[in-house]
Ligand binder design. Sequence first.
Ligand code: ATP
Ligand code: MG
Length: 318
Amino acid sequence: SAPVVQASGLSRVYEVGGGLFGKPQEIRALSEVSFAIPRGKTLAVVGESGCGKSTLARVVTMIEPPSAGSFAIDGTEVTPDRWDGLRDAVQIVFQDPYGSLNPRQRISAILGEPLKINRKGMSRADREAKVREVMGLVGLRPEFYDRYPHMFSGGQRQRIAVARALMLEPKVLVLDEPVSALDLSVQSQILNLLLELQDRLGLTYLFISHDLSVVRHVCDEIMVMYLGRAVETGTKDQVFDSPRHPYTLALLSATPVADPARRKERIKLTGELPSPLNIPSGCAFAARCWKARDRCRAERPELEGDGHKAACFFPEGG
Ligand code: ATP
Ligand code: MG
């Protein structure tokens, strides 16, 4: 079947500065990112802080438009004049379960709000029934209905945030670092909840994380990003077992592994992460890459390969 999310060449440029005397500068936060996620599957997006993960999340959830490129949800091309009809289909869960819930609203109001706004004809009783049903789905006890978010731990709050994202029965959840703010023991509870919900509801996930050990539990495919671009894409096994891009190799070498036999020598990246105001021509990773040669600094490698793709002139394994 057709992918539920199909993105093609998505870019996002921010203009900053440019007051009275300054020239505005361009930040290329996202550059020509393409991917497809089949129904019920998870694409993980990984990469260091500032590589454009949240920008991608905001574009795909129609919080802001791409500067270039296009995407389709369930076969329907998304354009700014068609957002309203499609927005319900893609919902987002943010990293911070403390900041993302209004402390003055009871759970009943937090979860009822999307229905109040987007399901105008719905009766109060139907709304309450729907809120209670979704609370059950995410494992929130019925007596929490009238409570406030501050009465709950981070994990419970993240359940509330997931419930809120489910109120409009979306097809796609964009999960932007959904467990990064939680204790390790709570992380796995929330990850298991997400897997269970995906199974029961047939949800499609775009799962954003800087943490490869988290991603490993939940994803089918991986896209590794560096300075706004996808530098490697493939199935989970391809990327974890035979990474092709040196950057992926470095990320993996910094990730703890359970099996000591698979432990690789840690690659320490030298050099600075270039500023997104000033992305070098050629390969953006060249300044930190131990394999870089003249060609890498002169020419930008395209994301290439059959299924398992890497943007590198000298990938691992030739
Ligand atoms: P993190 O892991 O820290 O959440 P990220 O991968 O989500 O990082 P983004 O938040 O998408 O990264 O940011 C990508 C780049 O775009 C960064 O350089 C950031 O400073 C810049 N940026 C993001 N939003 C804006 C904005 N509204 N205006 C200007 N620059 C922005
Ligand atoms: Mg982010």
